[in-house]
Design a protein around this ligand. Structure first.
Ligand SMILES: [Zn+2]
Length: 236
């Protein structure tokens, strides 16, 4: 089921970023345009059986979709095995987060649809009694969003996009205070570290824009799984 959901996300993230319909329409090879037969479209397995190449033009198939499928499947399996309350809600949050990570990495945009759907579903889960204090969750959302908005205003949108500000409302509400603080700390730490590494490797230049959303989304998953203990451990 996780692999199938991952396969859906592969198509959703590709089409949502291009405003294409993801309900109808079959997927084709991006190189030669050949329609992909159902038996060549089985998550991960087809990729392995085809040796990572298109059946008709023999060009290499991108690792993008198998990677999304494997990460989604592992996440869904993790939620299932952890026996948590509200598992369907948590799977939804996982899918939204993976989508935001992929879309921002590839297109430097976080779609409003995903943010407000995520915020709405999280609000509903909180109203239904998921995970304690309603107020600490909203404090988490508003404070993280406000913090990123201040950075957006100070840096005149260069350091932080408005998509990140809106996403923080959703992610911070899910995590709640004080986990939201750990989340932002981890996002800035990983973002800055990778930025320095890329500059040292000559892969990026100072002043070149690196989307911050993927760091927010990845750190969100890590914080959601490990909680604030991770940051306590990091800063000793
Ligand atoms: Zn092809």
């Amino acid at each position: 089921m996780g692999l199938a959901l991952g396969s859906f996300l592969g198509a959703l993230t590709y089409r949502l970023a291009r405003k294409e319909s993801f309900v109808k329409g079959r997927s084709g090879c991006p190189r030669c345009g050949a329609n992909i037969k159902w038996y060549d479209n089985v998550p991960v397995l087809s990729f392995l059986l085809l040796g990572g190449r298109c059946r008709s033009c023999h060009k290499k198939i991108s690792l993008r979709d198998p990677l999304i499928e494997i990460v989604t499947a592992l996440g869904v399996l993790g939620i299932y095995l952890s026996n948590l309350e509200f598992p369907l809600f948590l799977i939804f949050i996982l899918l939204a987060t993976i989508s935001i990570f992929v879309i921002d990495l590839e297109n430097e945009i976080i779609p409003d649809e995903l943010i407000f759907l995520g915020l709405g579903v999280t609000t509903m889960a909180l109203l239904l009694g998921w995970n304690g204090s309603f107020y600490l969750h909203f404090l988490g959302g508003f404070s993280s969003s406000l913090f990123l908005l201040l950075i957006n205003l100070i840096t005149k949108s260069k350091g932080m996009g408005l998509g990140d500000v809106k996403y923080a409302l959703f992610a911070g509400t899910f995590l709640g205070f004080p986990k939201s603080v750990s989340w932002l700390f981890l996002s800035f730490l990983t973002g800055a570290s990778l930025g320095v590494i890329l500059i040292l490797l000559g892969r990026a230049r100072l002043g070149k824009h690196i989307p911050f959303g993927p760091f927010l989304a990845a750190s969100f998953l890590v914080t959601a799984i490990f909680g604030e203990n991770l940051v306590k451990w990091l800063i000793g």
